[in-house]
Design a protein around this ligand. Structure first.
Ligand code: ATP
Length: 365
């Protein structure tokens, strides 16, 4: 079911939790709502479910206005981080409970139950009580219960936040598999960018109640529209700079530690314009052998700190104006770079993004 938010706002007293949200969630997508704490993710989910009413705007399911439709009539399945299982009921009874509220024959009901158990690989555990299950298994029961009613839309609110790191990875795979099998339109709330990038077909980033950008994961990572997104999705170096004009097919920017050339940005710039340049730590190449090679953006930086992680190394590098740039070397060759010494680096102009200036990067709300 396609879901549309059309100029939706939600106010709690003076707090504008969601501000003029315009968003289309495509049928069959696994759509992530991602953002820092308090940015309005859960409120958006609750508005979709009908658990909160909108202050203004409309919500449409497949073109039909459901803004004033009660939650029970929206056919939504929900999974919360605390599972909310009945402790005195077996796995099967917990899943079957929601089916009892639907008008189904006994045969249909049994069929739906078995389907949900199989999808979540719980058939073997159907007669256990929730207290006899691990956290991951309980989470799968909550998922099975939501799936059994064959929801129009499945909503997942931080479903993995109570699980340990290993189980999180397993459940990511489980949820992705179930989504591929069922193709149910799913909206997934998280503040974990790795979850969003690894599982989402589309990711919407919210900040302080506003939608900042909505795009498939790779596009969001490689083409963030604002410095906030560049920093929230992955790691990046942000450098204030001023546009100085063209130079041999490149754009020339002046920053606190010299000049940087970028490939032609999409936007039109006027000389003197302030911008933020963004480049990922993996796009700084470090000459570990110390040899200076011809390069468009040569940088001489002081190696402030080096963290060795086996498959990679993380470098903190100090510029002449005391900014710290971060570089990651993957599959690092053996070398003897010393902290406190100058290293020769290069940033490929292709990998420098030219973004607008954003003053307050710290606040999520
Ligand atoms: P988190 O990741 O911490 O769960 P979130 O992104 O889901 O945060 P919301 O729970 O949607 O954020 O809250 C958005 C804003 O609305 C916050 O400022 C929050 O304090 C406020 N808010 C949420 N629910 C209510 C409520 N029932 N009454 C008053 N303010 C609320």
């Amino acid at each position: 079911m396609e879901v549309t938010f059309d100029h939706v706002s939600k106010k709690y007293g003076d707090v504008l939790a969601v501000e003029d949200l315009n968003l289309k969630i495509a049928e069959g997508s696994l759509h992530f709502l991602l953002g820092p704490s308090g940015c309005g993710k859960t409120t958006t989910l609750r508005l979709l479910a009908g658990l909160e009413s909108t202050t203004s705007g409309r919500i449409l399911f497949g073109g039909k206005d459901v803004t004033s439709l009660p939650a029970a009539e929206r056919g939504i399945g929900m999974v919360f981080q605390n599972y909310a299982l009945w402790p005195h009921m077996t796995v099967a009874k917990n899943i079957d409970y929601g089916l009892g509220l639907k008008r189904l024959s006994r045969v249909q009901r049994e069929q739906r139950l078995q389907e949900a158990l199989e999808l979540t690989q719980l058939t073997r555990l159907a007669d256990r009580l929730p207290g006899q299950l691990s956290g991951g298994q309980q989470q799968r029961v909550a998922l099975a219960r939501a799936l059994a009613i064959r929801p129009t839309v499945l909503l997942l609110d931080e479903p993995l936040s109570n699980l340990d790191a290993q189980l999180r990875l397993e459940m990511r795979d489980n949820i992705s598999r179930i989504h591929r099998q069922t193709k149910i339109t799913t909206v997934y709330v998280t503040h974990d960018q790795k979850e969003a990038l690894s599982m989402g077909t589309e990711v919407s980033v919210l900040r302080a109640g506003r939608l900042i950008q909505s795009a498939p994961p790779r596009q969001l990572y490689h083409h963030p529209e604002t410095p906030f997104i560049a920093r929230f999705i992955g790691e990046t170096n942000l450098v204030h700079a001023t546009y100085r004009g063209d130079d041999d097919g490149h754009h020339l920017f002046e920053c606190g530690f010299g000049h940087l050339l970028t490939k032609r940005p999409k936007q039109v710039l006027s000389p003197g314009q302030a911008v933020t340049l963004s480049f990922r730590p993996e796009t700084i190449s470090v000459q570990v052998d110390g040899a200076a090679r011809p390069s468009v953006n040569p940088l001489r930086l002081v190696l402030e700190h080096l963290t060795y992680l086996g498959e990679s190394e993380q470098l903190a590098l100090r510029t002449s104006d005391q900014q710290i740039l971060r570089a990651n070397i993957f599959n690092p060759p053996e070398h003897d770079l010393q902290e406190g010494t100058v290293v020769v680096c290069n940033v490929d102009p292709e990998h420098i993004l030219v973004l607008p200036v954003e003053h307050d990067l710290s606040s999520g709300t």
